[in-house]
Design a protein around this ligand. Structure first.
Ligand SMILES: Nc1nc2c(c(=O)[nH]1)N[C@H]1C(S)=C(S)[C@@H](COP(=O)(O)OP(=O)(O)OC[C@H]3O[C@@H](n4cnc5c(=O)[nH]c(N)nc54)[C@H](O)[C@@H]3O)O[C@H]1N2
Ligand SMILES: Nc1nc2c(c(=O)[nH]1)N[C@H]1C(S)=C(S)[C@@H](COP(=O)(O)OP(=O)(O)OC[C@H]3O[C@@H](n4cnc5c(=O)[nH]c(N)nc54)[C@H](O)[C@@H]3O)O[C@H]1N2
Ligand code: SF4
Ligand SMILES: [Mo]
Length: 693
């Protein structure tokens, strides 16, 4: 930054798909952003942000940012494009959408998006176009469905104790999440508890993650076995008198039924499934039993398995057995999504009557390759608009995804900040603004703040916002709704007012709103969110209040009680290893794979493998290995690592496909078969075989 240009501070929120949703303070000088810091005034962010966003100037001011609309000139995926004007680009998209509709009906058009920005206006506005045109709807499934439905199965509500209470806990159990890499603020609050009150930190993971390295109680298990671990913990809690029977009688549906079900779920039983020695399971259970203020921070990672919803429910039963929900600094927290209750009528056009099918995000490979079942018996998808997501890299069953995008009869427009691997497959590429270049409104999934992210600098080059693109297409396509006539700021104001949260001017003044529910509500002291107020130890999945177009996967075979549900992709003789694709610290899904700071730290795509397994395979440190699953194969460099159970391998992800030697990325290995009961992708649940390349 030029030292002679004055620096001012802009206030914003991190727009990325991360539960922390940090409140930011951004240096601005000469129309560009510089250093980014976490806000100290925001009590959840508390001055802490991750390194990749602190270096955001690298991304915002990157020489490879898209700055003008482009039209493909060569073959699909060749990457040859020529600049065109915005009018030409938008006219062509509208023309192709109309053609698709004329040929196959409106459902042939599938607007596709995800959470590359979490701004409520820029992310969700695409649904208004979908609704107004009765295009195929988007069933969002890739990230949260198993986790959210699993949590809801017990509590009935997707919220919990104030996450800042971690600092007041005596035992913080970080379960199936790696906050050092994926949501740094959790670590900040947990380590405060350790420093200020001598609290212990337990970490449940499948490898010695950067978070587990800091644990007082490391709980290292095999992937997809969290249900077994939770059952054994509860077995010990009942057996050794740690169950709070008075609490259970008042607040749970059938604790006697659970207790008898758990009779045989002993630590020895769980040891055989989890790979964790029974005495260590005992010690973990004893720590939970002896510590009334145990705070379980349950993440997403352990739910990205075919039994993920069952596992999340099992984990959420633990504080019900001990009654930890009663205490400040106790209970279980996963997400606060239920507390926001936004009125999205205007932004999403929810008042429009829609009859179109809902296509599953995670099954984009099946959908684009014409699987009749995935298409729900309807017409093929022949036209797409894609915003804020990079499916060619991040979606499961990548071989199919790539075959789908290569179809000559498929028209694709991608609105992006960078030439991602999805953009390279597009017919039209549109340049998108970054969060500092547009107005938006954010909510914290892992906290309780509503944060305003106002436009701070002018858009780079010819970049336009998602909202501008949606409104411009609506006009060309004759889509009508009041929401297309409003500015982003008007949308923010409307949503705030319609939800009873004041006005945009007021929020501008305050920067953020703390909407933490009162203690009694957050801790379920007035009962859980079911008609009888009782936590469901024995879940009725048909009644779980999760919005989905149906039930999927082997949902009719779900266990009656918390359990190890053996539907995971267990290793076989042909595929003797279990592969997990844990998030890399310096990437965020496929974002930040373009910034030098992140690339320097991550170096190259690797497979972490136990040294004894490596010896057995004749694989050496740094050697190239070929990893194959029933769906595809990938080349990775071996990294010998003893912080894993034997037979488990981890590939920190998501590298661009082209970073792999033969251009095939990690999701060539992962599957898109839906997780029961409400869909989702089992990205960490893969059987693989490994050989020297
Ligand atoms: N640096 C970075 N930050 C990110 C992301 C990223 O890619 N990189 N992604 C963002 C997104 S979209 C999300 S949804 C959140 C997700 O954040 P988290 O809730 O942290 O979930 P994951 O990141 O999917 O996985 C976290 C951990 O779960 C472990 N895990 C995998 N399988 C199992 C299992 O069967 N049992 C147990 N106990 N552990 C298991 C993995 O090894 C990993 O360490 O993070 C966000 N933040
Ligand atoms: N193997 C494996 N695969 C995974 C996961 C895993 O753990 N392992 N994690 C899964 C999870 S949890 C998720 S959520 C998905 C996430 O996958 P994606 O939703 O695809 O997330 P990103 O890869 O971050 O891509 C977001 C894109 O949005 C663009 N973008 C950002 N802001 C804007 C904007 O304002 N406008 C426009 N037009 N574009 C914008 C960014 O440049 C970026 O290319 O990946 C999933 N895939
Ligand atoms: S921790 Fe998450 S929300 Fe906070 S700055 Fe980093 S990516 Fe953004
Ligand atoms: Mo996610």
């Amino acid at each position: 930054m030029n030292q002679h240009t004055p620096v001012r501070t802009g206030y914003s929120a991190c727009p990325h798909d991360c539960p922390s949703t940090c409140a930011l303070e951004i240096d601005i000088s000469g129309g560009r952003i510089g250093r980014v810091r976490g806000s100290r005034d925001n009590s959840f962010t508390a001055g802490v942000i991750c390194a990749k966003v602190a270096r955001y100037a690298e991304r915002a001011n990157h020489p490879d940012r898209l700055t003008q609309p482009l039209r493909r000139t060569g073959a699909k995926s060749e990457g040859a494009f020529a600049p065109i004007s915005w009018d030409e680009a938008l006219d062509e998209i509208a023309h192709r959408f109309r053609e698709a509709e004329r040929e196959h009906g409106s459902e042939a058009v599938w607007p596709y998006y995800y959470a590359g920005t979490m701004g409520l206006v820029m992310r969700d506005g695409i649904n208004r176009l979908t609704h107004a045109k009765n295009y195929s709807r988007f069933f969002s499934s890739i990230c949260v469905n198993p986790a959210w439905s699993g949590f809801l199965a017990g509590t009935g509500r997707l919220a919990g104790p104030d996450p800042r209470e971690m600092a007041k806990s005596d035992l913080v159990v970080i379960w199936g999440t790696n906050p050092v890499s994926t949501q740094i603020n959790v670590m900040a609050h947990a380590t405060r508890a350790r420093k200020e009150r001598g609290a212990k930190i337990a970490v449940v993971d499948v490898y010695n993650s950067p978070t587990m390295e800091q644990a007082d109680i490391p709980v290292l298990i095999r992937p997809g076995t969290d249900g077994a671990l939770a059952c054994a913990v509860m077995h010990v809690l009942f057996r050794d008198g740690f169950a709070d029977r008075a609490y259970l009688n008042e607040f749970a549906d059938d604790s006697a039924g659970l207790e008898s079900h758990l009779q045989e779920r002993t630590p020895e039983w769980a040891a055989a499934i989890t790979g964790m020695p029974a005495d260590e399971i005992e010690a973990f259970a004893q720590a939970i039993g002896r510590t009334p203020k145990t705070f379980i921070r349950a993440g997403y990672g352990f739910t990205r398995s075919r039994n993920g919803a069952v596992a999340m429910h099992a984990v959420s039963c633990i504080p019900t057995v001990t009654g930890a929900w009663k205490h400040e600094g106790g209970g279980a927290f996963h997400s606060n999504s239920a507390i926001y209750r936004w009125n999205k009528r205007m932004v999403e056009g929810r008042d429009i009557k829609v009859t179109s099918r809902e296509l599953d995000q995670s099954r984009i490979g099946d959908i684009l390759t014409g699987d009749p079942e995935a298409l729900l018996g309807g017409p093929p998808v022949t036209a797409m608009l894609i915003q804020n997501t990079n499916p060619v890299s991040i979606a499961p069953d990548q071989e199919k995804v790539r075959r789908g995008f290569a179809r000559e009869d498929l028209f694709v427009a991608v609105h992006e900040q960078f030439m991602t691997e999805t953009a390279r497959m597009a017919d039209i590429v549109l340049p998108a603004t970054m969060f500092t270049e547009h107005d938006d409104l954010y909510q914290g999934g892992g906290n309780q703040y509503v944060i305003l992210g106002p436009k701070l600098v002018e858009p780079l080059g010819e970049c336009r916002t998602n909202h501008e693109v949606i409104c411009a297409l609506a006009e060309r396509l004759g889509a009508e709704h009041q929401g297309f006539q409003m500015s982003p700021r008007e949308h923010i104001d409307w949503m705030l007012q319609a939800t009873g949260r004041g006005t945009v001017e007021e929020l501008e003044e305050k920067r953020f709103l703390d909407i933490q529910p009162d203690f009694e509500t957050a801790h379920y002291l007035k009962g859980f969110a079911w008609p009888d107020g009782k936590f469901r130890l024995r879940p009725d999945w048909a009644k779980v209040p999760f919005s989905a177009p149906g039930r999927f996967g082997p949902h009719t075979a779900m266990p009656e009680w918390p359990d190890h549900w053996a539907v995971i992709e267990e290793a076989t003789e042909e595929y003797p290893f279990r592969l997990v694709t844990s998030p890399a610290r310096s990437f965020l899904n496929s974002s930040f794979t373009e910034t030098p700071g992140s690339l320097n730290r991550e170096k190259r795509p690797e497979l972490m493998i136990h040294p004894e397994d490596a010896v057995a395979l004749g694989v050496e440190e740094g050697g190239l290995v070929r990893v194959a699953s029933p769906r595809g194969e990938v080349l990775l460099h071996a990294k010998l690592f003893d912080g894993l159970r034997r037979g488990v391998v981890v590939a920190e992800s998501i590298w661009p496909n082209r970073a792999h030697q033969d251009g095939r990325g990690i999701n060539s290995l992962t599957g898109a078969d839906p997780v029961a009961p409400f869909g989702g992708a089992a990205l960490h649940d893969n059987r693989v075989r490994i050989g020297k390349a």
